[in-house]
Every structure is written in structure tokens, then in C-alpha cells.
Design a protein around this ligand. Structure first.
Ligand SMILES: [Zn+2]
Length: 634
């Protein structure tokens, strides 16, 4: 809970009494004006039940189309029903998830969520015949079908996208076996929400990890957990953060063979699915799923590798500012420039975010202002008991985005608000311009709109202040976001690629190999002022993203693109802005790399990544100057 200061008072909707966020309060204690409105999805739980029953009825009807899709009219009718049912299910799963997000311990909310997800999985399995039959059609038959049934034009992008990977589809028997084995290469839902057994094992292992106690800043013993680890790792007290890192890594070391077996199992499974579909390499199968050229991945790794010098400079700067004898892994997380607590009222945050995004023009701003207004029902603003921590944005076509926040008024909250409304506006614009079939953008480009907004906010706040201390804090945020999102995620991506390449060459993924691979990367990335700890090479084993099947690199390409696009919009005016809005409105109407090129970023080239790393380097220079100036000293 934040201290209640007069300035921290947050004005209630419509000028009623101020409201003070308090994470231990019941949901009922938060004014309804600050909660999202789920009645836009279903009036109540009973309506949700009727929705699911309706889906089941539609699904039964869908089965009647099996073995008839060679007939163009049948194909069109079947796709009408398929998308209508899928949309109804999207609505139901969203309702279940949102109910659960603000009522974590409720068995009822859990049941709603689980049932909707189960219904979605059942539906996807039941609709599998559509893909099989569409892919069996010869090209000529498809061309004829478009001519014979003009209404099929609505599904052309979808069908063409489906048929793009036709060469990687096997016969019915083999397809049936692959789907029973848990094939995810054709999943039409987020890949990373379907864990395979090795990932479940790794999660269970981490949950059971017997972590030791550490002594906090006051010398009091506290049990280290994976959820408080991040806090203690960033402690201003070096002893505390050392105990946190050594406590976790030392424990991970004791389970290194189990962790290695889990990751090796995951990699084997990924390779099995890719190979059985005739791909030469796993990366081709998984990036190909969203039509992304693997050259984008290798280009990222190569470019970051060629620009490690600024990261080495950052480590040296940290050593100097913090007055450390050497820099260890546990010295990378405490803020180099301590920032005072902030308690920005929500209405001020709205003014700040909209002012920062003003260069995006009136149409964007009008929709943004509406969505930020709690009266829109988009937003669930305040923390309370049994509300899931963190923030997210979810969306279903034909309704509106839903944004979950845990607002306390800190800088992070402001930045998160800008980030989540980047996602919200991306979804909103794609849905406004695209039909349902092509409205959902692929995960690869999701983190562009959000990081674009963060960059615009940071620039805006920097332009507002000449106070050296305040500028230092803001510059430090910028530097840390590039370090953790571009450098660190690329390190993970490089590890992931090395591990798959080793497995593809028949090298066993032993604990020793994994540790050495990771340790060598850490040493190369952080450079000469960094001193390796004895267990630094164990860090990989608690990173869940390494199970995400070539996903982690997209954080780094996302932020690089977000930064490049924000720079373009800021310096090149209306044409750059319209090109960017064109990407946000594009959904899945074109391949992701093409949409991005249309906005002005080509990820097959090093430019955007180099520019982001140059910005990192320049920002370090600016920080050094401020620190050297007498006014910059406290
Ligand atoms: Zn995000």
C-alpha cells in the first residue's frame, strides 16, 4: 500500500471522493467506476453458460460438412460457421480469463475459465478436418472454387495462408498420430499457452525448489522464493542481493541434471515435430508458422554480437557509479540512479500518456482517450485482494480491448499503462479496419505497438524536464529497457539457437554443455569488467521463455522496431505516422514482415537493431555527462 499523501489522492470518477489504492482491500471496496465491464461479453454467468451451449450446438453442425469441402458452396458455408463459432468461443474464453484475473481464488471463476478453454481445445480438434480437406485440394481446384463461389473471397487470405505450408502436411494417418502426440505447429491459438510435458516438468521442478532463507536488509531471515527473488536481486544492499542470487543459483545447481533432462526433452520434441513434417531445422518450422524468415533471427543475433561494446561500457559505468570493486551478476539489477517514490493520480497519467502520443494524430487520440476513460469499461485499474498481479491487455473482435492494471501511480505503472494501451490500440485499429478473419495480428509483431508507446512516453517526459536528477532517472529507464529487452533477450535467443543446433548435430544436451554454453554467453555479453560467479552458468535453468519455441527473440526485435518507428514518427511527420498506423490497422492481412516493412522497418537488415543500440550508447554518454557535471551530484 502506498503512503496516503494529499498529493496521492486519486480523484474518483465524476468528482466524487478521492480513492486510495490498497492491494489488501476486497474487490467490493474498489468503486465500480474503475472496473472493466464484462457485460459487454456476457450479461452474467448464466449468459456465459448459454453461450457455451450455443457453441456446442454449432460445433455439432460443423461436423456435417466433413468430406464435402471440395464443393465451393459447402466450403464457404463451412467457413462461415467455423469463424462464427470460433468468435463465440473467443468471447467465452475471454470472459472466463477476465473473471479469473480479478478473482484468483474463486473456484467458480476457475471452473468458468477451464471449461471455456476445454471447449476451445475440443472445437479446434473437431474442426481439424477443415485444414485437412483444404490442403488436399489441388491449386487448380482452389482457383476454380474462388471463381465459382465469389463469397469465398472473404476467406482468401485465410485459405492462402493455410495453404502456404501445404508441403509440410502429411497423410491423414500421420496427421492423426501427430495431433495425438501434441503437435503444435498448426495450432491456431498462442503456442506458448500449450505446454508440452517437459515444460510442465520444469515448472513443477521450479515450484518444488527447496530455496534457502536469506537475511534481508535489516538482517531478518526471509525465505527466498521465485516471486521475491526479483526484489532481493535488486536490493541496494550488496550482501542481500548476493545472498539472493547465490541462494537461487546454488539450488539450481543441485538439480542441474533434472533441469537439463527437461530442456533436452523439450528440444527433442520440437525437433521431432519439425522433422516429421520435413523441415531441415526446428527454427524453420516454428518461425515459418507465422511466415517469418529465420534470417530475421540470425540477423538479430549477429547484429547484437557485433555491438556488445556499448554493453561493456554500461557494465563499466555501473561499476563506477555504484563504486563497486567488480561487477557480478547480482550487481546488474539495483537501479544505478535511485528514483524517489511517485504517486501520480490516474487522471494526470491519462493527460501524460495522451500528450506523449499526440504525434499519432487525432483519430488515434480520440479512441485512446475513450479507452483510457474508466467509463468505457475497457479498464480494471486498481489492485485489490485476489487480483492477479501485473498487467495485460486482451481483446475479442467486435467488443473492445480489456486492460488489467494494478495502479499505484509509480513510474512503472505509468509506463505499463502506455505499454498496455499500445496493445489495446493495436487490437482496436486492426479490428476497426479488418474483418474478423484477418483481424488478429501474430505474436511476433505484438510487442512493437507497446514498446513504441513506452519510447514515446520516455521521450515526452525527458522533453519536459531539465532537472539533472530527474533526467538521469529517465535516461536510466531507457538504458535498462534496452539492456534487459534487447541484450538480455538476445542472449537467451542465442542460447536457444545454440542448444537446438547442438541437438540437430546429434550432440547430447548434458548439464555440462548447457552450463558452459550459457556461461560463455554471459562472459561475452557483459565483457571485461564483469566477473563470472561460480554458478552464473546455471541461470538458464529458471528462464521459462526457453520453453517458448523460438519466441524470445521477438522481444528484442519488437523493442528495436518500436524504438525505430517512434524515432521515425517523431522526426519524419505525417507520412511516417500514417505508415505506422497502417501497420497497426493491418491485423493479419499481410505477412508480418511485410506489414512492418510498410511501416518503415526491415528486420532482415541490421538497421533498426543498430539504431536501438546506438541510442543505448548515446544515452550512456548523456548519463556520463550529467554525472560528471557538478549539478548531477547529489
Ligand atoms: Zn506487452
Amino acid at each position: 500500500m502506498i503512503p496516503i499523501l494529499a498529493a496521492a489522492a486519486i480523484a474518483g470518477a465524476g468528482g466524487s471522493a478521492p480513492f486510495h489504492p490498497d492491494a489488501s482491500m476486497e474487490r467490493a471496496g474498489v468503486p465500480d467506476a474503475y472496473k472493466w465491464r464484462l457485460d459487454a461479453l456476457f450479461a452474467d454467468d448464466a449468459a456465459f453458460e448459454r453461450g457455451l451451449a450455443d457453441v456446442a450446438a454449432k460445433q455439432a453442425k460443423l461436423a456435417a460438412f466433413e468430406k464435402s469441402l471440395a464443393r465451393p458452396a459447402k466450403l464457404r458455408e463451412c467457413l462461415d460457421l467455423y469463424f462464427e463459432t470460433r468468435l463465440a468461443l473467443n468471447r467465452a474464453t475471454l470472459y472466463g480469463n477476465l473473471r479469473l484475473a480479478v478473482d484468483q481464488k474463486s473456484a467458480r471463476a476457475q471452473a468458468l475459465s477451464e471449461r471455456s478453454l476445454k471447449a476451445l481445445a475440443d472445437f479446434m480438434a473437431a474442426a481439424g478436418f477443415i485444414r485437412r480437406e483444404v490442403l488436399r485440394l489441388p491449386d487448380e481446384a482452389v482457383r476454380k472454387a474462388y471463381r465459382a463461389e465469389p463469397k469465398l473471397a472473404a476467406y482468401r487470405t485465410y485459405l492462402d495462408e493455410l495453404r502456404r505450408r501445404r508441403a509440410h502436411v502429411l497423410g491423414d494417418e500421420a496427421e492423426r498420430v501427430l495431433s495425438l502426440a501434441g503437435d503444435n505447429l498448426w495450432a491456431e491459438v498462442d503456442l506458448n499457452e500449450i505446454p508440452a510435458d517437459p515444460e510442465k516438468f520444469s515448472k513443477a521442478l521450479l515450484a518444488d525448489l527447496p530455496l534457502p532463507d536469506l537475511r534481508d536488509e535489516a538482517g531478518k531471515p526471509v525465505r527466498l522464493t521465485l516471486s521475491n527473488y526479483g526484489v532481493y536481486r535488486a536490493s541496494p544492499d550488496r550482501r542481500v542481493r548476493r545472498e539472493a542470487v547465490e541462494g537461487l543459483f546454488g539450488t539450481l545447481r543441485r538439480f542441474e541434471h533434472a533441469s537439463a533432462a527437461a530442456l533436452a526433452g523439450q528440444v527433442d520434441f520440437t525437433l521431432f515435430l519439425a522433422k516429421s513434417r520435413g523441415y531441415g531445422k526446428a527454427i524453420e518450422a516454428y518461425l515459418g508458422k507465422d511466415d517469418i524468415d529465420p534470417a530475421v533471427y540470425t540477423n538479430l543475433v549477429r547484429t547484437v554480437r557485433a555491438h556488445l561494446a556499448p554493453l561493456h561500457r554500461y557494465v563499466a559505468l555501473r561499476k563506477r557509479i555504484m563504486g563497486l570493486p567488480d561487477v557480478r551478476l547480482y550487481d546488474l539489477y539495483p537501479p544505478v540512479v535511485p528514483a524517489p517514490k511517485m504517486s501520480m493520480p490516474y487522471d494526470e497519467a491519462v493527460r501524460t500518456v495522451t500528450a506523449a502520443l499526440a504525434p499519432l494524430g487525432e483519430e488515434y487520440l480520440t479512441a485512446l482517450r475513450r479507452g483510457l476513460d474508466p467509463a468505457s469499461g475497457w479498464l480494471d485499474l486498481y489492485p485489490h485482494r485476489d487480483k492477479e498481479s501485473g498487467a495485460f491487455c486482451s481483446y475479442v473482435f467486435g467488443v473492445h480491448p480489456f486492460v488489467k492494471m494494478n495502479w499505484f501511480g509509480e513510474y512503472e505503472d505509468l509506463s505499463t499503462l502506455a505499454h498496455e494501451y499500445g496493445h489495446a490500440m493495436h487490437s482496436h485499429l486492426s479490428a476497426a479496419r479488418q474483418p474478423y478473419v484477418t483481424s488478429a495480428y501474430v505474436p511476433f509483431i505484438a510487442e512493437i505497438a507497446s514498446t513504441f508507446n513506452e519510447k514515446m512516453l520516455n521521450d515526452h517526459l525527458l522533453a519536459q524536464t531539465q532537472d539533472p536528477q530527474r533526467r538521469l532517472q529517465l535516461l536510466n529507464r531507457r538504458v535498462d529497457s534496452v539492456r534487459t529487452t534487447i541484450y538480455r533477450q538476445t542472449l537467451f535467443a542465442e542460447f536457444e539457437l545454440a542448444v537446438h543446433t547442438a541437438a540437430e548435430a546429434g550432440t547430447p544436451l548434458t548439464a555440462e554443455l548447457l552450463e558452459k554454453t550459457y556461461r560463455d554467453l554471459v562472459a561475452a555479453y557483459y565483457g571485461p569488467d564483469y566477473v563470472l560467479g561460480p554458478d552464473d552458468g546455471m541461470e538458464w535453468s529458471y528462464i521459462p521463455h526457453l520453453y517458448y519455441k523460438f519466441y524470445v527473440f521477438s522481444y528484442a526485435t519488437g523493442l528495436s522496431s518500436g524504438i525505430a518507428l517512434a524515432e521515425r514518427v517523431r522526426t519524419q511527420g505525417a507520412a511516417a505516422r500514417d505508415a505506422y498506423l497502417g501497420m497497426l490497422s493491418g491485423g493479419q492481412s499481410r505477412p508480418p514482415l511485410e506489414l512492418l516493412r510498410g511501416a518503415g522497418v526491415d528486420l532482415a537488415r541490421p538497421d533498426a537493431i543498430e539504431a536501438a543500440l546506438r541510442l543505448f550508447d548515446d544515452t550512456l554518454g548523456e548519463m556520463e555527462k550529467l554525472l560528471a557535471a557538478p549539478a548531477g551530484k547529489k
